[in-house]
Ligand binder design. Structure first.
Ligand code: GLU
Length: 446
């Protein structure tokens, strides 16, 4: 038997992080067992389904590398659903019933109800064990609004059968639907797929994940510059964990270690900080070129118009410094907007009192700056390639005179900021000429 799983999203909203995780687990289970992963767009709710959401679902699945082996659209099978409905009625497994409309209008409406034998049914959920329902409570439930208009459960059952779905892996909010779907399967003499109901993804306080607190759509994470590899790794561990240690797992690692029985029953807590941590690990793993392309791209976009002296060469040089500070590309964007990188590209404005460290006076600070200008003026170009060597060139003097007294004016002269990376790193970025110009400007400010 070839295993066939499906993700069956309804295109009634942006592709949700929970749906992405369900898709991932379906994908993993299929790939683990050499099976096929199927995408079925459940677009039969004409009012709420929108083509933009369908496009979003398909795009984000592709972006996440959850490639479908087959894709279906439920609305393309409406006549098939109606045909099965007629079969059910003609075999007397279901019947047409004329009833008073529930809206109090006194109108008579036609619905189709399933003859429910009212048995106790149970199924073995791969995650939750045996689940049992007394279906007598359901009575003869409605399966169609009319003989030509089947309702959702019938459509799902028919599609799962026609698409050969062997395993239905979905959120636990669908558990109560399962009893109806199994009753319809039995009425039709269909085989019963295996079921696995995933724990819901919860917010930190165990409430439902809501977009009021943080982004819940994959598109937003993508826009903020999360990497799809990090999202996949993080989502895989939301409710599942491998037998071994180690959290950084590629899709291939996850597939090979995946075991549906290791999925937990309890809710999985969504922690955006943890997701950021994963993202950072994946940013660090990118090649130098990939890091450069992303960061230089963002800096150019934001700073080019703002700063006439913006330079891509300098932007490229600060890539390693920026990578140290961020978890997500959007962090770069925010820092750039906040002006954190301006000083790399333009001379900072200096305030006289800020040039001096604490109670160091003008004369003393002048002396330290002159010393730095002397030493760094003599340093060769090779020294400027390496922050370590710049540090060496000034370190013993700073130790002797007091680090703050020397290094504060050094750093402030270069950046005009209270906080920044160390002056050695910045000197290496700015190069000899610019460093000396800025140190002299600090002298002038005094
Ligand atoms: N279309 C349903 C949803 O988006 C999923 C149905 C199913 O997985 O059986 O929640």
């Amino acid at each position: 038997m070839t295993i066939r799983t499906r993700i069956a999203p309804s295109p009634t909203g942006p592709f949700h992080i929970g749906t992405a995780r369900t898709a991932l687990f379906n994908y993993l289970f299929a790939k683990k067992h050499g099976g096929l992963f199927i995408v079925r767009i459940e677009d039969t709710d004409k009012e709420r389904s929108k083509p933009v959401y369908e496009t979003d679902i398909l795009e984000q699945l592709l972006w996440l590398n959850l490639n479908a082996d087959e894709t279906y659209r439920q609305s393309e099978h409406l006549s098939r659903h109606a045909e099965v409905l007629r079969e059910l009625v003609s075999s007397s497994a279901a019947y047409v019933s004329n009833e008073q409309a529930k809206d109090g209008s006194g109108r008579e409406v036609e619905v189709v109800r399933l003859h429910n034998p009212g048995a106790v049914i149970s199924f073995k959920d791969l995650i939750r064990g045996t689940i049992q329902f007394d279906t007598a409570e359901l009575g003869d439930f409605v399966i169609a609004r009319s003989i030509t208009d089947p309702l959702y459960h019938l459509a799902v059952v028919v599609d799962d059968e026609d698409e050969g779905i062997t395993h239905v892996i979905r959120g636990e909010d669908h558990i109560s639907n399962t009893q109806r779907q199994i009753l319809i399967q039995r009425a039709l003499g269909y085989r019963e797929p295996a079921y696995a109901h995933l724990p819901l993804i919860l917010a930190q306080d165990r409430s439902k994940l809501s977009k009021r607190r943080h982004a819940v759509s994959i598109a937003e994470y993508r826009r903020d510059g999360y990497l799809s590899t990090a999202i996949i790794n993080y989502l895989a561990l939301l409710g599942w964990h491998p037998e071994g240690e180690g959290e950084i797992l590629s899709m291939q690692d996850i597939i090979s270690q995946f075991d549906i029985e290791r999925i937990q029953k309890g809710g999985a807590i969504f922690d955006v900080e943890k997701l950021k941590w994963f993202n950072r690990q994946y940013l660090l793993q990118l090649s130098k070129k990939e890091q450069e392309d992303a960061i230089v791209g963002i800096l150019s976009e934001i700073l080019k118009n703002e700063i006439p002296s913006f330079s891509e060469t300098v932007a490229r040089r600060i890539v390693p410094i920026i990578v140290e500070r961020v978890s997500v590309w959007d962090d770069v964007r925010q820092l750039a907007h906040a002006g954190d990188f301006h000083f790399y590209f333009m001379k900072p404005a200096l305030e006289k009192t800020m040039v001096m460290w604490k109670n160091t006076g003008v004369e003393e600070t002048r002396r330290h700056l002159e010393h730095l200008i002397g030493v760094l003026g003599k340093a060769d170009e090779d020294t400027y390639e390496d922050p370590g060597r710049i540090k060496e060139a000034v370190w013993s003097y700073a130790e002797k005179e007091g680090r703050g007294h020397v290094l504060w004016p050094f750093r402030y002269a270069l950046t005009g900021r209270e906080k920044s990376p160390d002056p050695f790193t910045i000197t290496a970025v700015l190069g000899k000429e610019e460093t000396l110009l800025r140190l002299n400007a600090a002298l002038d400010a005094l």
